[in-house]
Design a protein around this ligand. Structure first.
Ligand code: FAD
Ligand code: GLY
Length: 371
């Protein structure tokens, strides 16, 4: 068994596997350690929205990063299909953000205005115009803004494709391997201790999502992630209900292949409990029926919960430790880890290769303005 690597990544979610995908292409020997199975955390729970414009309420530096990341998806989808055979289900048809009250309409117009000023595409639609394109949308919807460059992917497939691609480029992946602690000697990381023994590495990256706090405390006592539980449901409809996702105040309905619609999501901070309560399902169905009344004729598919990794400091952790050589972190992506996964993996690969301009731990990337 090989126990010595250039880079060890703690966590096999979309962030850990994206880092492995990009780093393994630089010929480094990479190991991903995952305490359960690959994509068993938030990354399989996600609806897969790539909502740069739909998710951001005001401008911040993270918006620019999200835009860059979205722009990477088209070629990434092709690359991952060619390398792994996995179709990540990338759709570039946009997202509608909708309003049902005059107050919501005003707010939508304000958001659209700063985005247009920033050079982004956004099209204003009356409720009638929206229903010409999406006939199942409720008469309660009075206006919408169409963001044509937003999109969506199949989140579990994306993570699986990153993992397979990394493996093709030589990455070792160990599931059911729980990292208990990082091994540090003379202010230098030398490896990790796990339930399956010790692994040695020159560089260690913490990408453990909502479980990252014990490792992030090595960076700063204020650093940490906490879980924000989200419940989603899926229904099936032979009759087409939507062509393009609709989004309203953090709530969404996303059309997926084979007549499947993902409806989400609840937002419950600081809960590691991943059970789905009947009340969550009732709340989501109620909201869905308000926007698309015909959804009540859909058939039931399934429900699930996941834990978004939110940052205790409200800043994304992408960077390297000031004093402990070889120690890195890439976590705290909260609602947008699927969207931000390509740019995060790319930036970490650059940083691990010594490109210091990708060190963002100086609290430059605020998470505050997403929905
Ligand atoms: P995770 O996927 O949670 O991966 C972390 C992994 O680390 C886990 O597999 C865990 O088991 C492992 N781990 C933890 N501790 C250890 C340890 N000690 N040793 C070894 N392994 C360890 N984002 C979007 O961009 N678009 C969306 O539409 C979207 N929808 C969402 C809907 C819901 C309901 C939820 C919950 C999230 C959604 N997100 C969405 C957010 C997105 O899912 C997350 O931001 C992203 O998955 C975070 O990825 P991650 O790899 O950091 O975390
Ligand atoms: N980005 C969608 C969610 O986190 O629910």
């Amino acid at each position: 068994m090989n126990t010595t690597y250039d880079v060890i990544i703690v966590g096999g979610g979309v962030i850990g596997t994206s880092i492995a995908h990009y780093v393994s292409k630089t010929k480094k020997r990479v190991l991903v350690l995952e305490k359960n199975t690959i994509a068993s955390g938030a990354s399989s729970a996600a609806a897969g929205l790539l909502g740069v414009q739909a998710e951001w309420e005001t401008y911040d530096p993270l918006y620019d990063l999200a835009r860059k990341s979205l722009n990477m998806f088209s070629s990434l989808a092709t690359e991952l299909r060619e390398t792994t055979g996995v179709d990540i289900g990338y759709r570039e048809k946009g997202i509608y953000k909708v309003a049902c009250t005059l107050k919501e309409e005003r707010h939508l117009r304000q958001t659209m205005a700063w985005q247009q000023q920033a050079g982004e595409e956004a099209e204003w639609l009356t409720g009638e115009k929206l229903r010409e394109r999406e006939p199942s949308v409720s008469l309660d919807v009075i206006a919408a803004v169409y963001y044509p460059t937003d999109g969506h992917v199949l989140a579990p497939e994306l993570t699986r494709a990153f993992m397979l691609s990394a493996a093709r480029h030589g990455t070792d992946i160990r599931e059911y391997t729980d990292v208990h602690r990082l091994l540090i000697e003379d202010k230098k990381v030398i490896g990790v201790e796990t339930n399956h023994g010790t692994f040695y590495g020159e560089q260690v990256v913490v990408a453990a999502g909502a479980w990252s706090t014990p490792f992030l405390r090595l960076f700063d006592e204020t650093y940490g992630t906490y879980p924000v539980k989200g419940v989603c449901i899926a229904v099936l409809s032979e009759q087409p209900l939507l062509d393009v996702p609709i989004f309203k105040e953090g709530f969404y309905i996303v059309p997926k292949p084979n007549g499947r619609y993902i409806i989400g999501a609840t937002v419950i901070p600081r809960s590691f409990n991943q059970s789905v309560e009947v009340g969550d399902i009732a709340e989501l169905l109620h909201k869905a029926k308000e926007l698309v009344p015909k959804i009540e004729y859909a058939t039931w598919d399934t429900a699930w919960a996941g834990l978004r990794p939110q940052s205790e400091t409200n800043y994304l952790y992408i960077g390297k430790h000031d004093e402990i050589e070889g120690l890195y972190a890439c976590t705290g992506h909260y609602r947008n880890g699927i969207l931000l996964s390509p740019i995060s993996g790319y930036m970490m690969a650059e940083l691990l290769a010594g490109n210091e301009s990708y060190n963002n731990l100086e609290r430059r990337i605020h998470l505050g303005s997403t929905n």
